[in-house]
Design a protein around this ligand. Structure first.
Ligand SMILES: Cc1ncc(COP(=O)(O)O)c(C=O)c1O
Length: 483
């Protein structure tokens, strides 16, 4: 490798923004979890026999079965000779033919348009129209390599390419999904954190938005507000009135709206309902319905959980025509998102209809996954709340619980001595003693002096129960040890 002097890249000379960025969902605790897995494989004796990865919202990795219709369509698209087989329902064949007809050379292996296949963008627009009751134009749909890619593309439009006080400021919720803080760091933008209110079920208070922006104004040029609804890691589902308030705030402050709506199918709490920012903005009428908004959706979440296909899209509305042209140009550089991921999205936005051969099975599989998630959401928060020293807001939606741990003073001291934050100390101890891998709250940011961790609710119910029983024993011992 040679010495540092021989290298172009050293920690001092490489892009400092890359050093700055952190993505806790795959951070040091996950590195340790993988090491432990290898130690177990090599025969090491531990108080557990396998690692449970509750750190990441990866549904299939934790045992969820793929939806039959989606995989059948993908199978035919991938290997079109199967279109001649009797083993597939006619609606699956029709769907695969439609997708392949849209592909250049009739193959999933060809590049698509940079914004994605037009036939699929039309299906997405029809889905949005039906969901919201307002028109959607396929020209405003941009498919992407998972929502992550779409979010980064839109955020890049908002940068000012200036430094200091002229840097673009992006308002992000705290706690947040760390893609946002990481992208802001990578782009050299300025994060404007606004805190969700844990005491009131992680509500989004406009007075807090006002505090956050007025504190940030001397340091940056505020350009956009990110809202994650349903929330990750916090699991709250915003009311329509709350969304209206956020839109009005964004209008007053001249902010671009970025609505992360990847969990739009994942709403569990009685009385809660998903409202899209687009719908609320349209309902508010002029001048709000002319505001710039990007809303993001993914193939990775919902009932399908097809994370590995990297499917996603953004609906971006009300851009000025010349800005729209620049946006479209910017995505051409990436050529196109995976066409297989686009096919997954097509199955999600245009599922089998009543009377079609795949309808009943599709409906059953979708409803089963969502009902199980709802059951697990309730179970997890109840269990956490039954433990001394832990409180957990209701998991209204999404796929995570974000409990708060009353950290004993002695544990805080022990963490300090170990050079760790108290929440990391707690999560590492949990991993070493039980094999359960969670993410420390500091990875999502939290009110200073509070300590959380995030766990997914994804393991199958039997496993989840077993995991939480182990967790309970760990927590009781931890409190006893450091009390
Ligand atoms: C709130 C939120 N937005 C975006 C993403 C990125 O999803 P994708 O797999 O589509 O890139 C995630 C993934 O967990 C998420 O939780």
């Amino acid at each position: 490798m040679g010495s540092a002097d021989d290298h172009v890249l050293t920690l001092n000379s490489m892009n400092p923004n890359v050093i700055e960025l952190q993505y806790a969902v795959r951070g040091p605790i996950v590195v340790r979890a993988t090491e432990i897995e290898n130690e177990l494989k090599a025969g090491a004796k531990k108080p557990f026999t396998r690692v449970v990865k509750a750190n990441i919202g990866d549904c299939h990795a934790t045992g969820q079965k793929p939806v039959t219709f989606i995989r059948q369509v993908l199978a035919l698209c991938t290997y079109p000779d199967l279109l001649n087989s009797d083993g597939f329902p006619e609606d699956v064949k029709a769907r695969a033919r439609k997708i392949l007809d849209g592909c250049k050379g009739g193959s999933l292996g060809s590049y698509s348009e940079s914004a994605g296949l037009l036939a699929i963008r039309k299906d997405i627009a029809a889905y949005i129209e039906e969901r919201d009751g307002y028109p959607s134009d396929p020209k405003n749909i941009v498919m992407c390599t998972g929502a992550s890619d779409g979010i980064k593309s839109v955020m890049s439009l908002l940068l000012t390419a200036k430094s200091g006080k002229e840097r673009a400021g992006i308002m992000i919720p705290i706690p947040q999904y760390p893609l946002y803080s990481a992208t802001i760091a990578e782009f050299g933008a300025y994060p404007i954190p606004y805190y969700l209110n844990e005491a009131t079920g992680w509500s989004l208070d406009v007075s807090e938005l006002e505090r956050a922006i007025s504190e940030a104004r001397p340091n940056c040029l505020p350009r956009a507000i990110v809202v994650i609804n349903p929330g990750n890691p916090t699991g709250q589902v915003l009311t329509k009135e709350n969304i209206q308030e956020v839109i009005k705030f964004a209008k007053r402050e001249k902010l671009f709206l970025m609505a992360d709506e990847v969990y739009q199918h994942n709403v569990y709490a009685a009385g809660s309902k998903f409202f899209s920012f687009k719908q609320v903005l349209m309902e508010l009428g002029s001048p709000y319905n002319q505001m710039e908004l990007a809303s993001f959706m993914s193939a990775s979440k919902g009932f399908m959980g097809e994370c590995g296909y990297r499917g996603g899209y953004a609906e971006v509305i009300n851009l000025l025509p010349d800005v729209y042209a620049q946006y479209q140009k910017s995505i051409t550089v990436k050529l196109c998102p995976p066409v297989s991921g686009q096919a997954v999205i097509d199955c999600v936005v245009n599922p089998p209809k009543l009377g079609e051969p795949s309808y009943e099975l599709f409906k059953k599989e979708k409803e089963t996954v969502l009902a199980q998630l709802k059951e697990k959401a309730e179970f997890v928060s109840q269990l956490f709340n039954s433990l001394e020293g832990i409180s957990c807001n209701q998991v209204m939606g999404a796929m995570y619980a974000f409990p708060c741990v009353q950290m004993p003073e002695k544990a805080i001291e022990a963490a300090k001595a170990a050079g760790q934050t108290p929440d990391s100390f707690y999560c590492f101890a949990l991993l070493e003693e039980t094999g359960i891998c969670t993410v420390p709250g500091s990875g999502f940011r939290q009110v200073p002096g509070t300590f959380h961790f995030r766990t997914t609710i994804l393991p199958q119910m039997d496993e989840l129960k077993a995991v939480l029983m182990k967790f309970k024993d760990f927590h009781v011992d931890f409190l006893a040890k450091y009390k």
